[in-house]
Design a protein around this ligand. Structure first.
Ligand SMILES: *[C@@H]1O[C@H](CO)[C@@H](O)[C@H](O)[C@H]1NC(C)=O
Length: 242
């Protein structure tokens, strides 16, 4: 950003982007004016206070969490269960990325299946699993989905995208960064169908200065699924800072 000539800027991110932009803030806090996230991956056990809220909140959600959308399934066992059934890909990519990667680079059908399955279940895990076609075209057109697959196919870059996981977990520098509180304003547009960040905002506040929080009916690929809603939330957040 400095080389492009921007002294100050806002950041937006979801998925890996949310980790990347939050770490950018931790490294260059004086340059970033605000961060907008549509996924918040937090470590609830970062502080004693936070771990206590996490634990007590899982027993009495309505006493600790303001959102009516935090239900009885917010507890360590259910979170672990959800995480386990949906993260086989993560384990493979974090340990043996090239094995599956070379096969996918060799098969357009395999590549499409591997990628599009994510667009089905991560858009709405509870509902889309029940459909034979994964309800893929409920939110996206086949052309849009094929465009995404083609980006990987034409560039042959599925292997790189998978090896990223292995390199991330091998490199422990981010663990040190994780413990730094982010005091600049942070917005969270929380997707109610998002698989990975059903953390109550009270827990996200253990690590981030969340000044703007809204919940929406979208899933993991918010910018793709509901671009207008997400963009509006970004603009509202930036306006709220002036
Ligand atoms: C959060 O950000 C607001 C707006 O910049 C600021 O006034 C407040 O002091 C910050 N809070 C914390 C805990 O850093």
């Amino acid at each position: 950003m400095s080389r492009l000539g921007f002294k100050n800027y806002y950041l937006q991110g979801g998925d890996w982007g949310s980790l990347i932009v939050v770490n950018l803030v931790r490294l260059w806090p004086e340059q970033v004016l605000g961060v907008h996230l549509n996924m918040v991956g937090i470590m609830p056990f970062s502080t004693f206070k936070c771990a206590s809220i996490h634990f007590m909140g899982s027993i009495f959600p309505s006493l600790f969490f303001s959102s009516p959308n935090v239900g009885p399934d917010h507890n360590a066992i259910e979170i672990f269960k959800r995480f386990t059934i949906e993260t086989g890909y993560l384990h493979i990519q974090a340990t043996r990325p090239d094995t599956v990667g070379t096969s996918l680079n060799d098969s357009p059908i395999g590549l499409a299946a591997y990628i599009l399955e994510k667009f089905s279940v991560w858009t709405n895990l509870k509902e889309n699993r029940g459909f034979q076609d994964g309800a893929l075209t409920k939110k996206f057109t086949l052309d849009e989905l094929l465009t995404i697959v083609m980006v990987y196919w034409v560039n042959g870059n599925i292997v790189n995208s998978q090896r990223f996981y292995r390199e991330f977990f091998l490199d422990t520098r981010h663990m040190h960064l994780d413990s730094h509180y982010v005091s600049i304003p942070v917005a969270h547009a929380s997707g109610l169908n998002e698989y990975f960040d059903r953390n109550p905002v009270e827990l996200s506040r253990c690590q981030l200065n969340i000044t703007h929080y809204n919940e929406y009916y979208f899933g993991h690929f918010a910018a793709f699924e509901e671009p207008k809603i997400l963009a509006q939330d970004v603009f509202d957040f930036v306006k709220s800072l002036h």
